[in-house]
Design a protein around this ligand. Structure first.
Ligand SMILES: Cc1cc2nc3c(=O)[nH]c(=O)nc-3n(C[C@H](O)[C@H](O)[C@H](O)COP(=O)(O)OP(=O)(O)OC[C@H]3O[C@@H](n4cnc5c(N)ncnc54)[C@H](O)[C@@H]3O)c2cc1C
Ligand SMILES: NC(=O)c1ccc[n+]([C@@H]2O[C@H](COP(=O)([O-])OP(=O)(O)OC[C@H]3O[C@@H](n4cnc5c(N)ncnc54)[C@H](O)[C@@H]3O)[C@@H](O)[C@H]2O)c1
Length: 514
């Protein structure tokens, strides 16, 4: 394990040992500095890691506070183990889908079984491996790592090792402390029968009937895992439709593919107001739902387990933000577009202090955290840089996947009305795509929306096979300003799923792809 200080750092008497603080500047110049470090990063998730790697490439002498949790949410309790569960359970689903196999000319003689503990080991072993790689990459690049939590100190440009009499000074500081699951009042989490994704990822059991509170990314991905492994799922969703955070048309198609054919039912327009844990195999979990509008008791459900997937809250409590005069918005640190921390919403810039990733709440995705980290370092190094969040893609790794970039249709229509332009839309279909049909997976659509005046792409939404990989082409187009006409002229490989997008681009400009 990491000692409090590993790699090149040594502490003495509460201060960093008097090693000459030297900045390794990109141009090869070497200067003595008045700080221990050029950059201190608080939090070693994907955001902090991305910032650290970029800082090294810029020649900045960098220290990172891991808080004993190198890898953070994505590696230990998020993207990595969840995708491993989805990969394994997806195979089970596929091999148990007789009709689909038969359409390919395959039959599986015998029962398709899975080993729950082995799937769990796959997910958690992978997380441990990726965490090891992440730590090694930082050590190899000479980033100093401190295992303690970091807290801000009055006057700024200083970080305290929490619980220790040690302070590190740095010219610039990046906050990258991430988020934790949000559990609404009235829901009692025991980690066994009522749990969040933190516990669900350990896959300690597969309940026969699990209620999932919230039908966003986490709820949807876990409904995919659980139904593949044989559970029945009931969604409890506060808003009036499931998947409310997705483009409405895409959510409707997704519902047809991912919900209706599966052992899933749902309650919408209700809050899980009181959830009381049970005892596995003995006493059910009791869920009291209230109507979201009238607040009257709507229904009581008794299920084997309840997963709470109602969003995430920033993990900023241990930072001592008040020491540097920063007020948060519900815990989220406010920043401007350069990731510089503001004293409060709409407030002044706090000099030399940046915040990236889930802790600022701009876009709670791993690659967004990393992109913001790189951007903050660019600004620290003196190159003004702003992340274009409308060019950052997102994906939900169900079978098949849902992916999007930019605006949804409601937001695009509003932008068109406000901006006085006409909105163009092109559609592509998986059912007419040779590759999708070869896989016997012809369900799904792609929708591209663009500004008819400037021809710029505003948003793309895909539900269908490998949507998460397909969306990247569209993210690149938004980032680089490629017009819909240019996209429609680009040659797509045949036969590939990318031709679904080719059809959407060509359709958008009034041409046929066939
Ligand atoms: C189940 C699940 C699945 C997900 N799947 C995906 C996915 O497929 N794709 C995707 O893009 N995103 C996914 N996400 C979201 C993604 O995990 C987060 O957006 C991402 O981890 C945010 O990175 P971050 O660096 O901002 O914060 P985190 O990864 O949360 O890292 C912050 C780190 O800072 C530490 N810390 C906190 N306070 C201190 C302190 N005072 N001092 C030092 N350290 C501190 C924390 O312990 C943590 O290690 C998923 C999330 C979950 C929960
Ligand atoms: N594939 C991915 O990229 C991925 C996967 C998992 C998580 N994440 C990230 O993690 C974050 C959290 O995911 P999430 O699914 O928990 O949040 P979410 O915000 O996507 O969805 C939460 C859902 O819970 C509902 N809800 C909230 N309180 C409720 C209550 N009391 N009763 C019933 N319904 C309630 C909301 O209406 C919403 O639909 C997301 O912002 C996402 O960015 C990303």
């Amino acid at each position: 394990m990491l000692a409090c200080a590993i790699a090149a750092i040594a502490f003495a008497g509460g201060r960093v040992a008097p090693r000459a603080p030297v900045s390794r500047l990109a141009a090869g110049r070497v200067r003595m500095a008045q700080f221990d470090y050029d950059l201190a990063i608080i939090g070693c998730g994907v955001g902090g890691h991305g910032a650290a790697l970029h800082a090294v490439s810029k020649g900045l002498k960098t220290v990172i506070f891991t808080g004993g949790d190198a890898g953070g949410t994505c590696v230990n309790r998020g993207c990595v183990p969840s995708k491993a569960l989805l990969a394994a359970s997806g195979r089970v689903r596929e091999m148990r889908d007789d009709a689909h196999l038969k359409s390919l000319g395959i039959s599986v003689n015998g029962v398709v079984e899975y080993d729950r503990a082995a799937i769990s080991n796959h997910a958690n072993g992978l997380a441990a491996r990726v965490k090891g790689n992440l730590v090694n990459s930082l050590v190899a690049l000479g980033v100093d790592m401190i295992e303690a939590k970091g807290a801000l100190v009055k006057g700024g440009q200083k970080v305290q090792c929490v619980g220790q009499d040690r302070v590190v000074t740095a010219k610039d500081v990046i906050i990258a402390t991430g988020s934790v699951p949000f559990v609404p009042r009235g829901i009692e989490v025991d980690g066994k029968t009522v749990f969040t994704s933190d516990e669900a990822l350990k896959l300690e059991w597969v309940p026969d009937w699990v209620a999932i509170v919230g039908s966003g990314y986490i709820g949807l991905e876990f409904s995919d895992v659980y139904t593949a492994l044989g559970s029945e799922v009931t969604f409890i969703e506060a808003l009036d439709r499931i998947m409310p955070t997705f483009d409405q048309q895409i959510a409707q198609v997704a519902q047809r593919i991912l919900v209706r054919p599966r052992a899933i039912d749902s309650r919408t327009g209700v809050f899980a107001a009181k959830v009381t844990p049970g005892v596995r195999g003995e006493k059910p979990v009791r869920i009291e739902m209230i109507d979201a509008k009238t607040k009257e008791l709507a229904e009581v459900l008794e299920v084997d387990a309840c997963m709470v997937a109602t969003g995430r809250v920033p993990y900023t409590q241990s930072l001592a933000l008040d020491a540097v005069g920063v007020e948060t918005e519900r815990g989220f640190v406010q920043t401007n577009e350069m990731m510089q921390v503001l004293t409060k919403p709409g407030g002044q810039v706090v000099p030399n202090l940046y915040c990236i990733g889930d802790a600022n709440g701009k876009m709670m995705l791993a690659h967004a955290a990393s992109a913001q980290g790189i951007s903050a370092v660019e600004n620290i190094a003196g190159t003004v840089h702003k992340v274009n969040h409308e060019a950052i893609p997102a994906a939900c790794f169900t079978h098949p996947e849902i992916a999007f970039v930019g605006l949804d249709e409601a937001a695009a229509k509003k932008r068109a009305a406000d901006g006085g332009f006409e909105l163009g839309i092109g559609m592509g279909n998986f059912r007419a795509n040779s590759k999708a049909l070869a896989e016997a997976e012809g369900e799904g659509v792609a929708k591209v929306m663009f500004n008819k005046k400037t021809r710029q792409v505003l948003g793309v939404h895909i539900v269908g096979l490998h949507a998460a990989d397909l969306i990247q082409e569209c993210a690149n187009a938004i980032e680089l300003g490629t017009t819909i006409d240019q996209l429609a002229m680009i040659t797509h490989t045949h036969p590939t799923l990318s031709e679904v997008l080719d059809e959407a681009f060509k359709g958008a400009v009034g041409r046929s792809a066939h």
